[in-house]
Design a protein around this ligand. Structure first.
Ligand code: BES
Ligand code: MN
Ligand code: ZN
Length: 476
Protein backbone atom coordinates (compact mmCIF):
# COMPACT_ATOMS: atom_id res chain seq x y z
CA UNK A 1 0.00 0.00 0.00
CA UNK A 2 1.46 3.31 -0.96
CA UNK A 3 0.81 6.34 1.12
CA UNK A 4 0.18 9.24 -1.22
CA UNK A 5 0.12 13.00 -0.96
CA UNK A 6 -2.28 15.05 -3.01
CA UNK A 7 -2.55 18.73 -3.67
CA UNK A 8 -6.10 18.63 -4.98
CA UNK A 9 -9.36 18.19 -3.11
CA UNK A 10 -11.94 16.32 -5.12
CA UNK A 11 -15.04 14.24 -4.67
CA UNK A 12 -13.56 10.89 -5.58
CA UNK A 13 -13.06 9.62 -2.01
CA UNK A 14 -15.35 7.43 0.11
CA UNK A 15 -14.27 9.08 3.34
CA UNK A 16 -12.82 12.39 4.40
CA UNK A 17 -11.00 12.76 7.70
CA UNK A 18 -10.24 16.23 8.99
CA UNK A 19 -7.71 16.86 11.74
CA UNK A 20 -7.98 19.97 13.86
CA UNK A 21 -6.17 21.37 16.87
CA UNK A 22 -8.67 24.21 17.20
CA UNK A 23 -12.30 24.18 18.29
CA UNK A 24 -12.76 27.08 15.95
CA UNK A 25 -11.85 25.23 12.76
CA UNK A 26 -12.49 26.10 9.15
CA UNK A 27 -13.05 23.52 6.43
CA UNK A 28 -11.50 24.02 2.98
CA UNK A 29 -13.56 26.26 0.71
CA UNK A 30 -14.38 23.56 -1.76
CA UNK A 31 -16.34 21.63 0.88
CA UNK A 32 -20.09 21.69 0.78
CA UNK A 33 -21.50 24.16 3.30
CA UNK A 34 -23.68 21.50 4.91
CA UNK A 35 -20.58 19.64 6.10
CA UNK A 36 -19.12 22.61 7.93
CA UNK A 37 -22.50 23.50 9.37
CA UNK A 38 -23.05 19.93 10.50
CA UNK A 39 -19.74 19.78 12.34
CA UNK A 40 -20.28 23.19 13.96
CA UNK A 41 -23.64 21.94 15.17
CA UNK A 42 -22.10 18.76 16.61
CA UNK A 43 -19.41 20.80 18.37
CA UNK A 44 -22.02 23.13 19.81
CA UNK A 45 -23.81 20.18 21.38
CA UNK A 46 -20.71 19.50 23.45
CA UNK A 47 -21.15 20.94 26.92
CA UNK A 48 -17.58 22.16 27.15
CA UNK A 49 -14.44 21.97 25.06
CA UNK A 50 -14.45 18.50 23.53
CA UNK A 51 -12.11 15.96 24.99
CA UNK A 52 -8.88 15.52 23.13
CA UNK A 53 -9.10 12.84 20.45
CA UNK A 54 -12.86 13.28 20.19
CA UNK A 55 -14.18 12.22 16.80
CA UNK A 56 -17.26 13.76 15.19
CA UNK A 57 -18.89 11.97 12.30
CA UNK A 58 -21.31 12.86 9.54
CA UNK A 59 -22.66 10.60 6.84
CA UNK A 60 -23.91 12.58 3.89
CA UNK A 61 -25.68 11.34 0.80
CA UNK A 62 -23.85 12.45 -2.34
CA UNK A 63 -25.82 11.33 -5.40
CA UNK A 64 -26.43 7.65 -4.70
CA UNK A 65 -23.37 7.24 -2.45
CA UNK A 66 -23.06 7.81 1.27
CA UNK A 67 -19.87 9.68 2.08
CA UNK A 68 -18.32 9.59 5.46
CA UNK A 69 -16.91 12.76 6.98
CA UNK A 70 -14.99 12.70 10.25
CA UNK A 71 -13.50 15.50 12.24
CA UNK A 72 -10.89 14.58 14.83
CA UNK A 73 -10.25 17.15 17.52
CA UNK A 74 -6.65 16.49 18.52
CA UNK A 75 -6.76 18.55 21.69
CA UNK A 76 -5.34 21.77 22.96
CA UNK A 77 -2.37 22.60 20.73
CA UNK A 78 -0.46 23.94 23.74
CA UNK A 79 -0.56 20.52 25.37
CA UNK A 80 0.10 18.41 22.28
CA UNK A 81 2.40 15.52 22.71
CA UNK A 82 3.56 13.16 20.02
CA UNK A 83 2.00 10.19 21.77
CA UNK A 84 -1.51 11.52 22.25
CA UNK A 85 -1.68 13.00 18.74
CA UNK A 86 -0.88 9.56 17.38
CA UNK A 87 -3.46 7.91 19.61
CA UNK A 88 -6.12 10.40 18.53
CA UNK A 89 -5.46 9.86 14.83
CA UNK A 90 -5.13 6.10 15.28
CA UNK A 91 -8.45 5.72 17.08
CA UNK A 92 -10.08 8.06 14.56
CA UNK A 93 -9.05 6.16 11.44
CA UNK A 94 -8.40 2.57 12.51
CA UNK A 95 -11.83 1.31 11.42
CA UNK A 96 -12.01 3.16 8.12
CA UNK A 97 -11.37 1.28 4.89
CA UNK A 98 -11.51 2.37 1.27
CA UNK A 99 -10.41 5.55 -0.45
CA UNK A 100 -9.87 8.14 2.22
CA UNK A 101 -8.56 11.67 2.15
CA UNK A 102 -6.94 12.97 5.31
CA UNK A 103 -6.95 16.72 5.65
CA UNK A 104 -5.17 18.74 8.33
CA UNK A 105 -7.14 21.92 9.00
CA UNK A 106 -4.41 23.92 10.67
CA UNK A 107 -0.64 24.10 10.86
CA UNK A 108 -0.36 22.31 14.21
CA UNK A 109 -2.54 19.43 13.05
CA UNK A 110 -0.36 18.99 9.97
CA UNK A 111 2.01 16.12 10.71
CA UNK A 112 2.54 13.99 7.66
CA UNK A 113 5.15 11.79 9.35
CA UNK A 114 2.73 10.76 12.08
CA UNK A 115 -0.16 10.17 9.68
CA UNK A 116 1.96 8.05 7.33
CA UNK A 117 3.19 6.03 10.30
CA UNK A 118 -0.33 5.44 11.55
CA UNK A 119 -1.69 4.42 8.15
CA UNK A 120 1.13 1.87 7.75
CA UNK A 121 0.50 0.63 11.28
CA UNK A 122 -3.22 0.18 10.63
CA UNK A 123 -2.77 -1.53 7.29
CA UNK A 124 -0.23 -4.06 8.57
CA UNK A 125 -1.52 -7.57 8.40
CA UNK A 126 0.10 -10.96 8.80
CA UNK A 127 -1.97 -13.24 6.63
CA UNK A 128 0.77 -15.42 5.18
CA UNK A 129 -0.77 -18.55 6.74
CA UNK A 130 -4.42 -17.56 6.35
CA UNK A 131 -6.38 -19.00 3.47
CA UNK A 132 -8.54 -15.93 3.34
CA UNK A 133 -6.49 -12.81 2.92
CA UNK A 134 -7.48 -9.41 4.22
CA UNK A 135 -8.99 -7.47 1.36
CA UNK A 136 -10.09 -4.17 2.76
CA UNK A 137 -7.40 -1.62 3.45
CA UNK A 138 -7.32 2.01 4.32
CA UNK A 139 -6.29 3.60 1.04
CA UNK A 140 -5.19 6.89 2.45
CA UNK A 141 -4.12 10.06 0.70
CA UNK A 142 -2.90 13.10 2.57
CA UNK A 143 -3.85 16.58 1.52
CA UNK A 144 -1.03 19.07 1.82
CA UNK A 145 0.14 22.15 0.01
CA UNK A 146 3.58 21.94 1.56
CA UNK A 147 6.64 21.00 -0.41
CA UNK A 148 7.56 17.53 0.77
CA UNK A 149 11.03 16.23 1.51
CA UNK A 150 12.35 13.52 -0.78
CA UNK A 151 11.86 10.90 1.89
CA UNK A 152 9.28 11.19 4.64
CA UNK A 153 11.08 9.82 7.69
CA UNK A 154 7.89 8.73 9.46
CA UNK A 155 6.79 6.79 6.40
CA UNK A 156 10.16 5.13 5.77
CA UNK A 157 10.42 4.03 9.39
CA UNK A 158 6.83 2.79 9.46
CA UNK A 159 7.53 0.54 6.47
CA UNK A 160 10.61 -0.77 8.26
CA UNK A 161 8.50 -1.33 11.37
CA UNK A 162 6.32 -3.65 9.34
CA UNK A 163 9.41 -5.58 8.23
CA UNK A 164 10.34 -5.96 11.91
CA UNK A 165 6.83 -7.25 12.64
CA UNK A 166 7.11 -9.79 9.80
CA UNK A 167 10.41 -11.12 11.18
CA UNK A 168 8.85 -11.56 14.62
CA UNK A 169 5.60 -13.02 13.36
CA UNK A 170 7.26 -15.79 11.38
CA UNK A 171 7.16 -19.17 13.09
CA UNK A 172 10.38 -20.56 14.54
CA UNK A 173 10.38 -23.54 12.20
CA UNK A 174 10.94 -21.09 9.35
CA UNK A 175 12.71 -18.22 11.12
CA UNK A 176 15.77 -20.26 12.08
CA UNK A 177 19.14 -18.62 12.83
CA UNK A 178 20.20 -19.20 9.20
CA UNK A 179 16.95 -17.75 7.88
CA UNK A 180 17.31 -14.70 10.13
CA UNK A 181 20.81 -14.27 8.68
CA UNK A 182 19.43 -14.65 5.17
CA UNK A 183 16.78 -11.98 5.88
CA UNK A 184 19.47 -9.66 7.24
CA UNK A 185 21.46 -10.17 4.03
CA UNK A 186 18.44 -9.36 1.90
CA UNK A 187 17.71 -6.22 3.91
CA UNK A 188 21.36 -5.22 3.79
CA UNK A 189 21.21 -5.29 -0.01
CA UNK A 190 17.93 -3.39 -0.06
CA UNK A 191 18.88 -0.63 2.36
CA UNK A 192 22.64 -0.49 1.97
CA UNK A 193 24.60 -2.15 4.75
CA UNK A 194 27.14 -4.95 4.70
CA UNK A 195 26.35 -8.33 6.23
CA UNK A 196 28.81 -11.00 7.31
CA UNK A 197 27.75 -14.37 8.68
CA UNK A 198 30.02 -16.30 11.03
CA UNK A 199 29.37 -20.01 11.34
CA UNK A 200 29.72 -22.18 14.43
CA UNK A 201 33.35 -22.99 13.75
CA UNK A 202 34.31 -19.34 13.51
CA UNK A 203 32.36 -18.55 16.68
CA UNK A 204 34.16 -21.38 18.45
CA UNK A 205 37.55 -20.08 17.31
CA UNK A 206 36.64 -16.70 18.75
CA UNK A 207 35.88 -18.36 22.09
CA UNK A 208 32.15 -17.69 22.11
CA UNK A 209 31.52 -20.86 24.12
CA UNK A 210 28.91 -19.41 26.43
CA UNK A 211 26.74 -18.63 23.39
CA UNK A 212 27.54 -21.94 21.72
CA UNK A 213 26.54 -23.95 24.79
CA UNK A 214 23.03 -22.47 24.56
CA UNK A 215 22.94 -23.36 20.86
CA UNK A 216 24.33 -26.85 21.35
CA UNK A 217 21.29 -29.12 21.35
CA UNK A 218 19.21 -27.50 18.64
CA UNK A 219 18.61 -29.08 15.26
CA UNK A 220 18.67 -25.61 13.68
CA UNK A 221 22.30 -24.54 13.89
CA UNK A 222 23.48 -21.17 15.17
CA UNK A 223 25.22 -18.35 13.34
CA UNK A 224 26.50 -14.90 14.24
CA UNK A 225 25.12 -12.12 12.08
CA UNK A 226 27.34 -9.05 11.74
CA UNK A 227 25.92 -5.98 10.01
CA UNK A 228 28.03 -2.94 9.24
CA UNK A 229 26.97 0.48 8.05
CA UNK A 230 29.67 3.01 7.28
CA UNK A 231 28.17 6.45 6.86
CA UNK A 232 31.14 8.53 7.92
CA UNK A 233 34.64 7.96 6.61
CA UNK A 234 36.01 10.89 8.64
CA UNK A 235 35.70 9.16 11.99
CA UNK A 236 36.33 5.75 13.47
CA UNK A 237 33.65 6.27 16.10
CA UNK A 238 31.36 3.27 15.93
CA UNK A 239 27.98 2.72 17.52
CA UNK A 240 27.49 -0.90 18.50
CA UNK A 241 24.07 -2.54 18.48
CA UNK A 242 23.46 -6.00 19.90
CA UNK A 243 20.17 -7.87 19.57
CA UNK A 244 19.05 -11.04 21.36
CA UNK A 245 18.42 -13.55 18.60
CA UNK A 246 16.84 -16.62 20.19
CA UNK A 247 14.74 -17.94 17.33
CA UNK A 248 13.02 -20.13 19.93
CA UNK A 249 13.33 -20.48 23.68
CA UNK A 250 12.04 -23.72 25.17
CA UNK A 251 13.91 -22.91 28.38
CA UNK A 252 16.30 -25.77 27.67
CA UNK A 253 16.50 -28.52 30.33
CA UNK A 254 15.08 -26.00 32.82
CA UNK A 255 12.07 -26.42 30.58
CA UNK A 256 9.34 -23.79 30.37
CA UNK A 257 5.69 -24.66 31.00
CA UNK A 258 3.42 -24.99 27.96
CA UNK A 259 1.88 -21.61 28.67
CA UNK A 260 5.27 -20.04 29.31
CA UNK A 261 6.60 -21.38 26.02
CA UNK A 262 3.88 -19.82 23.89
CA UNK A 263 5.27 -16.68 22.39
CA UNK A 264 8.87 -17.81 22.53
CA UNK A 265 9.21 -17.52 18.76
CA UNK A 266 9.32 -13.81 19.62
CA UNK A 267 12.55 -14.29 21.53
CA UNK A 268 14.44 -12.93 18.52
CA UNK A 269 12.57 -9.62 18.92
CA UNK A 270 15.75 -7.85 20.02
CA UNK A 271 17.50 -9.00 16.84
CA UNK A 272 14.53 -7.86 14.72
CA UNK A 273 14.57 -4.50 16.51
CA UNK A 274 18.25 -3.98 15.79
CA UNK A 275 17.85 -5.09 12.17
CA UNK A 276 15.10 -2.44 11.97
CA UNK A 277 17.51 0.14 13.39
CA UNK A 278 20.14 -0.80 10.78
CA UNK A 279 17.59 -0.54 7.94
CA UNK A 280 16.49 2.90 9.19
CA UNK A 281 20.01 4.23 9.61
CA UNK A 282 20.90 3.10 6.09
CA UNK A 283 17.58 4.22 4.55
CA UNK A 284 18.00 7.71 5.98
CA UNK A 285 21.72 7.69 5.10
CA UNK A 286 22.89 8.86 8.53
CA UNK A 287 26.50 10.08 8.60
CA UNK A 288 27.39 7.62 11.35
CA UNK A 289 29.19 4.31 11.57
CA UNK A 290 27.07 1.60 13.09
CA UNK A 291 27.77 -2.10 13.60
CA UNK A 292 25.20 -4.60 14.76
CA UNK A 293 25.78 -8.11 16.08
CA UNK A 294 23.24 -10.87 16.60
CA UNK A 295 24.43 -14.19 18.06
CA UNK A 296 21.47 -16.17 16.74
CA UNK A 297 20.49 -19.59 18.04
CA UNK A 298 17.71 -21.74 19.43
CA UNK A 299 17.45 -22.84 23.06
CA UNK A 300 16.26 -26.41 22.68
CA UNK A 301 16.45 -29.70 24.55
CA UNK A 302 18.05 -33.01 23.61
CA UNK A 303 20.83 -35.40 24.56
CA UNK A 304 23.41 -32.77 23.76
CA UNK A 305 21.77 -29.98 25.75
CA UNK A 306 23.75 -27.88 28.22
CA UNK A 307 22.69 -28.51 31.80
CA UNK A 308 22.07 -26.71 35.05
CA UNK A 309 25.34 -27.07 36.91
CA UNK A 310 27.54 -26.79 33.82
CA UNK A 311 30.23 -24.14 33.88
CA UNK A 312 30.71 -22.26 30.62
CA UNK A 313 33.51 -20.01 29.53
CA UNK A 314 32.65 -16.70 27.91
CA UNK A 315 34.61 -15.03 25.12
CA UNK A 316 35.56 -12.39 27.68
CA UNK A 317 37.31 -15.06 29.76
CA UNK A 318 34.97 -15.06 32.75
CA UNK A 319 33.41 -18.38 33.71
CA UNK A 320 29.69 -18.77 34.43
CA UNK A 321 27.88 -21.45 36.38
CA UNK A 322 24.62 -22.23 34.59
CA UNK A 323 22.06 -22.34 37.37
CA UNK A 324 19.11 -22.17 34.98
CA UNK A 325 19.23 -22.99 31.27
CA UNK A 326 16.25 -20.69 30.75
CA UNK A 327 18.41 -17.67 31.58
CA UNK A 328 19.99 -18.29 28.18
CA UNK A 329 19.65 -14.85 26.62
CA UNK A 330 22.35 -13.33 28.77
CA UNK A 331 24.73 -16.20 27.94
CA UNK A 332 24.42 -15.41 24.24
CA UNK A 333 24.45 -11.63 24.71
CA UNK A 334 27.65 -11.45 26.71
CA UNK A 335 29.60 -13.13 23.93
CA UNK A 336 28.01 -10.79 21.39
CA UNK A 337 29.02 -7.85 23.62
CA UNK A 338 32.61 -9.04 23.85
CA UNK A 339 32.69 -9.66 20.13
CA UNK A 340 31.40 -6.19 19.26
CA UNK A 341 33.87 -4.54 21.66
CA UNK A 342 36.97 -6.54 20.80
CA UNK A 343 36.49 -7.45 17.15
CA UNK A 344 34.34 -4.58 15.87
CA UNK A 345 35.80 -1.86 18.12
CA UNK A 346 32.42 -0.43 19.10
CA UNK A 347 32.76 2.75 21.16
CA UNK A 348 29.34 2.70 22.78
CA UNK A 349 26.72 0.01 22.87
CA UNK A 350 22.97 -0.43 22.93
CA UNK A 351 21.45 -3.88 23.28
CA UNK A 352 17.82 -4.92 22.94
CA UNK A 353 16.57 -8.21 24.32
CA UNK A 354 13.41 -10.01 25.36
CA UNK A 355 15.39 -10.84 28.44
CA UNK A 356 13.15 -11.29 31.47
CA UNK A 357 9.59 -11.94 32.51
CA UNK A 358 10.46 -9.79 35.52
CA UNK A 359 10.55 -6.61 33.43
CA UNK A 360 6.93 -7.29 32.44
CA UNK A 361 6.00 -7.68 36.11
CA UNK A 362 7.73 -4.37 36.83
CA UNK A 363 6.62 -2.19 33.91
CA UNK A 364 3.83 -3.97 32.06
CA UNK A 365 3.53 -4.38 28.31
CA UNK A 366 3.84 -0.76 27.23
CA UNK A 367 7.12 0.38 28.71
CA UNK A 368 10.61 -0.83 27.87
CA UNK A 369 12.99 -1.20 30.81
CA UNK A 370 16.17 0.80 30.29
CA UNK A 371 19.36 -0.07 32.16
CA UNK A 372 22.62 1.79 31.81
CA UNK A 373 26.06 2.46 33.21
CA UNK A 374 25.87 6.05 31.96
CA UNK A 375 23.07 8.40 33.00
CA UNK A 376 23.90 11.03 30.44
CA UNK A 377 23.53 8.49 27.65
CA UNK A 378 20.21 7.36 29.15
CA UNK A 379 18.89 10.91 29.25
CA UNK A 380 19.80 11.51 25.63
CA UNK A 381 18.21 8.22 24.70
CA UNK A 382 14.96 8.94 26.50
CA UNK A 383 14.88 12.42 24.92
CA UNK A 384 15.18 10.71 21.52
CA UNK A 385 12.04 8.69 22.29
CA UNK A 386 9.80 11.65 22.90
CA UNK A 387 8.68 12.27 19.34
CA UNK A 388 7.64 8.64 18.86
CA UNK A 389 5.00 6.47 20.40
CA UNK A 390 7.61 4.64 22.49
CA UNK A 391 7.98 4.54 26.27
CA UNK A 392 11.13 3.87 28.28
CA UNK A 393 11.80 3.86 31.99
CA UNK A 394 15.23 3.92 33.56
CA UNK A 395 15.66 1.14 36.11
CA UNK A 396 18.05 1.12 39.09
CA UNK A 397 21.49 -0.44 38.78
CA UNK A 398 22.76 -0.30 42.36
CA UNK A 399 25.90 -2.30 42.80
CA UNK A 400 24.46 -4.43 45.58
CA UNK A 401 22.55 -6.37 42.93
CA UNK A 402 25.91 -7.84 41.93
CA UNK A 403 25.96 -10.12 44.96
CA UNK A 404 23.00 -11.97 43.42
CA UNK A 405 25.32 -13.17 40.67
CA UNK A 406 27.83 -14.84 42.97
CA UNK A 407 28.71 -18.47 42.44
CA UNK A 408 30.81 -20.81 44.59
CA UNK A 409 32.37 -22.56 41.62
CA UNK A 410 32.59 -19.97 38.85
CA UNK A 411 33.14 -16.22 38.46
CA UNK A 412 29.41 -15.67 38.07
CA UNK A 413 26.16 -17.58 37.95
CA UNK A 414 23.49 -16.80 35.38
CA UNK A 415 20.19 -16.79 37.27
CA UNK A 416 20.43 -14.04 39.82
CA UNK A 417 17.99 -14.10 42.75
CA UNK A 418 14.29 -14.67 43.24
CA UNK A 419 13.39 -10.99 43.07
CA UNK A 420 14.53 -8.10 40.91
CA UNK A 421 15.09 -10.40 37.94
CA UNK A 422 15.28 -7.68 35.31
CA UNK A 423 18.02 -5.84 37.20
CA UNK A 424 19.92 -9.04 37.98
CA UNK A 425 19.99 -9.80 34.26
CA UNK A 426 21.14 -6.27 33.40
CA UNK A 427 23.80 -6.46 36.11
CA UNK A 428 25.02 -9.70 34.56
CA UNK A 429 25.39 -8.04 31.15
CA UNK A 430 27.15 -5.06 32.73
CA UNK A 431 30.04 -7.34 33.76
CA UNK A 432 30.87 -7.70 30.07
CA UNK A 433 30.72 -4.15 28.68
CA UNK A 434 34.28 -3.31 29.81
CA UNK A 435 34.71 0.48 29.84
CA UNK A 436 32.06 1.23 27.21
CA UNK A 437 29.00 3.45 27.58
CA UNK A 438 26.07 1.10 27.37
CA UNK A 439 22.30 0.91 27.43
CA UNK A 440 20.40 -2.34 27.80
CA UNK A 441 16.76 -2.39 26.71
CA UNK A 442 14.62 -5.19 28.11
CA UNK A 443 11.80 -5.41 25.57
CA UNK A 444 10.17 -8.62 26.86
CA UNK A 445 6.96 -6.65 27.54
CA UNK A 446 6.93 -4.25 24.61
CA UNK A 447 7.83 -6.58 21.77
CA UNK A 448 4.30 -7.91 21.44
CA UNK A 449 0.86 -6.45 22.22
CA UNK A 450 -1.30 -9.23 23.65
CA UNK A 451 -4.14 -6.88 24.41
CA UNK A 452 -4.79 -4.15 21.88
CA UNK A 453 -3.73 -0.74 23.17
CA UNK A 454 -4.51 2.83 22.20
CA UNK A 455 -1.94 2.38 19.46
CA UNK A 456 -1.39 -1.31 18.72
CA UNK A 457 -3.47 -4.20 17.53
CA UNK A 458 -2.75 -7.74 18.77
CA UNK A 459 0.69 -8.67 17.46
CA UNK A 460 4.28 -7.48 17.40
CA UNK A 461 4.51 -3.74 18.03
CA UNK A 462 7.52 -3.14 15.75
CA UNK A 463 8.61 -0.35 18.08
CA UNK A 464 11.82 0.65 19.92
CA UNK A 465 14.09 0.75 16.87
CA UNK A 466 12.87 4.27 16.06
CA UNK A 467 14.27 5.65 19.29
CA UNK A 468 17.58 3.86 18.70
CA UNK A 469 17.71 5.38 15.22
CA UNK A 470 16.87 8.86 16.55
CA UNK A 471 19.39 8.62 19.38
CA UNK A 472 22.16 7.84 16.89
CA UNK A 473 20.96 10.47 14.44
CA UNK A 474 20.91 13.22 17.11
CA UNK A 475 24.21 12.28 18.72
CA UNK A 476 27.43 14.26 18.08
N1 BES B 1 12.93 -15.17 26.79
C1 BES B 1 12.74 -15.22 28.20
C2 BES B 1 12.14 -13.96 28.77
C3 BES B 1 10.70 -13.68 28.41
C4 BES B 1 9.69 -14.10 29.25
C5 BES B 1 10.36 -12.96 27.28
C6 BES B 1 8.39 -13.85 28.93
C7 BES B 1 9.07 -12.71 26.97
C8 BES B 1 8.06 -13.15 27.79
C9 BES B 1 14.08 -15.43 28.91
O1 BES B 1 14.99 -16.18 28.21
C10 BES B 1 13.80 -16.17 30.18
O2 BES B 1 13.35 -17.26 30.11
N2 BES B 1 14.07 -15.53 31.30
C11 BES B 1 13.85 -16.11 32.57
C12 BES B 1 15.05 -15.84 33.45
C13 BES B 1 15.07 -16.59 34.74
C14 BES B 1 15.22 -18.06 34.50
C15 BES B 1 16.21 -16.06 35.58
C16 BES B 1 12.58 -15.50 33.17
O3 BES B 1 12.34 -14.32 32.97
O4 BES B 1 11.84 -16.24 33.80
MN1 MN C 1 14.74 -18.27 28.57
ZN1 ZN D 1 14.83 -16.20 26.15
Amino acid sequence: MNFKCVKKLDKSYDSYVMLTSAVDFKLPDSFDETVEKGFKELMKNEKSTPEKSKKFELNILDGDKVKNFSLIYLGDAEKFDAKNIREAIYSGIKDITGKTLIIPLDEKADNIDAVAEIVENINYTYDKYLTEKKEKFLEAAYFTKKKLPETIEGYELAKISNIVKDLINEQAEVMTPKELAHQAEKLGKKFGFEVEILDEKQAHKLGMDSYLSVARSAHHRPCVIVMRYKGNAKTEYTYGLVGKGLTYDTGGLSLKSSAGMMGMKEDMGGAATMIGAMCSIAAMKLDKNVTCVVAACENSIGPNAYRPGDIVKTMNGKTVEVTNTDAEGRLTLVDALTYIIREEKADEIIDAATLTGAVIAALGENITGLFTNNNEMAQKFIAASENWHEYFWQMPMYDFFKKNLKSEVADLQNTGAKYGGAVNAAKFLEQFVEDKKWIHLDIAGTVFAHTPTSYYKFGPTGEVFRTIYTYIKNNK
